[in-house]
Design a protein around this ligand. Sequence first.
Ligand SMILES: [Zn+2]
Length: 254
Amino acid sequence: MPYPLFLMALLCFLAGACIFSFLNVVVWRLPRGESPLGGRSRCPACGRELTAWELVPCVSFLVLRGKCRDCGAKIPGRDFWVEALGGVLLIGCAVKFGPGTVRSGLTFVLLSLLTVVGLMDWDTMEIYDRFQVAILLCALAAVVVFPEVSLLDRLIGALCVSLPMLVVALVIPGGFGGGDIKLMFALGAFLGWRHTLLTGFFALFGGGIYAIYLLKQGKAGRKDHFAFGPFLCASAGFAIFWGDSILNWYLAFW
Ligand SMILES: [Zn+2]
């Protein structure tokens, strides 16, 4: 790889990691009723304000070996991986949709929203309506930015997974949360029906394996619930990057 390209990739990674570092703050603060913009991050254990270099994503975690410099409390490893994910996703969007294009920017915004929704749902089993609305706005923008997905395609996408989920939720109370259903409506409008079906399929597959794991480990009973949103969000990410390849591979059998 020529030197400037490597440098660009590194800067891209750091920018993505910085943005997702902020998303970590959002995911931590919103359920606690704090403003994500209110003041610099603190150590949750001792309350010490983090210094500027401690805010450098990924690097500071490695330098500090995952511990607070003052009180030694562990910094959640998840924060590190979420930051790294942000870096990888920004590079991924640039590679797939072209660096600096509106297409890559809009896709990165959607992936950021999905990351927040997935993590918050994992933590609190709740998806805030404001994020569904934001994803729906992304879908509206996608009408212009991704014109190859037709309006009809988007309408079917909005309904093809959310509607069956709604039916299941009505037949089996607590089968799916309302948040998951609204999420798939908004996401479907962004993705179009092919990638939406794929998202639903991956999520059921992943969620099913996770449910079996929980049962086998004795960590949950048959009546227990777990957050399904993270599986939907991660699956949508897969569909965005590899959906076409997977569909082409699959359709080659017919
Ligand atoms: Zn501390």
